[in-house]
Design a protein around this ligand. Sequence first.
Ligand SMILES: Nc1ncnc2c1ncn2[C@@H]1O[C@H](COP(=O)(O)OP(=O)(O)OP(=O)(O)O)[C@@H](O)[C@H]1O
Ligand SMILES: [Mg+2]
Length: 506
Amino acid sequence: MKSPVTSRSAPPLSVRGLTKSFGSTRAVRDVSFDVRSGEVHALLGHNGSGKSTLVKMISGLVRPDSGGFNVGSGADEVLRIGVVHQDLALCADATVLENCCMGDAVARRGPFVDWDRERRTLLPILDSLAAHFGPSTMVRDLSPANQAVVAIARALKRGATGAPLDLLILDEATARLRGTDADMVLATARRVAAQGGGVLLVTHHMSEVLSAADRATVLASGAVVDTVEVSSTDEEQLLRMVSGRDVTALRRTPPPPKATDQAPLLVLDRVTGEQVHDLSLEIRAGEILGVTGATGAGFEELPYLITRPDRCHDGTIHLGGVLLRGRTYSETRSRGVGVVPADRLINGVYVAASVRENLSPVVRRHNRVLGLVANPKERSWARRTASAFQVRTAGPDAPIGSLSGGNQQKVLLARVLEDRPKVLILHEPTQGVDEPTRRALIEIVRGAARAGTAVLYVSCDVDEVAGAADRVLVLRDGRCVHESPGGLDRADAIYAASYLTGTTTP
Ligand SMILES: Nc1ncnc2c1ncn2[C@@H]1O[C@H](COP(=O)(O)OP(=O)(O)OP(=O)(O)O)[C@@H](O)[C@H]1O
Ligand SMILES: [Mg+2]
């Protein structure tokens, strides 16, 4: 897969002594490394280790305190950097084409934007990414996975009109993608490298590093641990560098717990929505049901149908024997359904509020004194919860926007889990969470199930679903095509059912 290239005079990226603090948080400390021409260079590190801050400095969004960097080979050249930021930075109320033109020098005809030409530039890029949508689609109407594809298309468009990209930076661009979609992004990265550019690939997935990267730089607490050749390392060694400890204990996946013999708690009977067709399923108290498939297979709609049953075109949903109706999420929540949504920034955390306030819908219930919120109690409770979920933060009053992406995800999980819901719906719950913490969070979900919660675990990550769930359903074209017990040893069969047509075994 990795191919030789013609090398350029200077490396596409050379970073020397970059340093950045936010108040007392030393986010990036004296970081130096190069991305060579023709190289895919992975950037690894635990949540909050400084990866995105480094990316923001290189792309000009954050000013370094000291140190510097060089992009491209000379001062006379136009810099061609394409960046996919972790939060994608898309405008939901604009089209795919408008998003891909934002912040770039656009083609003009007189005083007007030459939209036809921009469209002609974009179309082959969308084709190369196997996009299932066109330039006129509104970004708001796309799934989180497809929104990631738009952000990648925008980054590639920077190199489309002239010379190829000097540098492509992907900050967890594959976090929302799995299987063939993630492979396609990695192939794109290899293509940019083969044209003589460099790629900085930020990811938590060791398999992506091993399959697509030439070298890897590992950060811990803002500083470089080491830069290694990928061909002379393995997953275990990389994980050890990321977590700073021996990970053999983490690798052991205990067998999933057995489901109990009680009556099912959540029952879907012949449910049909926009993408889901005629789907029936049952989850018992104490059981974790995984649902997966290829991107666009319809399983992504399931969490929305359960939290907003009025969106079902047909079929019924019962919770504890009672018909679930509800036109708002808060109605469904009051019936005991907790949800961790896939689109954290839109439906998850309150970006303008603090860590404590984000935990607060839960905290308030536990910490009321005569109906009023006990503030000091709430603060110490928030601190304890943040520590139990290994949230790295300056303190409970830190604004949630100052937390790294993975740490925001942990706050969201903490809030929903501590509410002790009867039914827990998890939609891509570990996106952007580093590997050691991901395993810890799955253990916490298992604990919730052991305490009697029925869990629906929806993710495009086959390994994760297989490892976490007692039972797994695979959807294709909105219908269930495969059912399997959970367990990592079943992952290959589940993967085949998700991605290979003709492998259906009901
Ligand atoms: N604007 C900001 N204000 C205050 N602190 C910040 C800000 N941006 C980042 N930080 C802090 O800097 C540190 C590094 O954060 P960064 O987002 O770079 O981590 P990361 O390695 O990308 O993590 P993740 O894997 O979770 O995305 C964290 O402690 C974070 O809370
Ligand atoms: Mg980040």
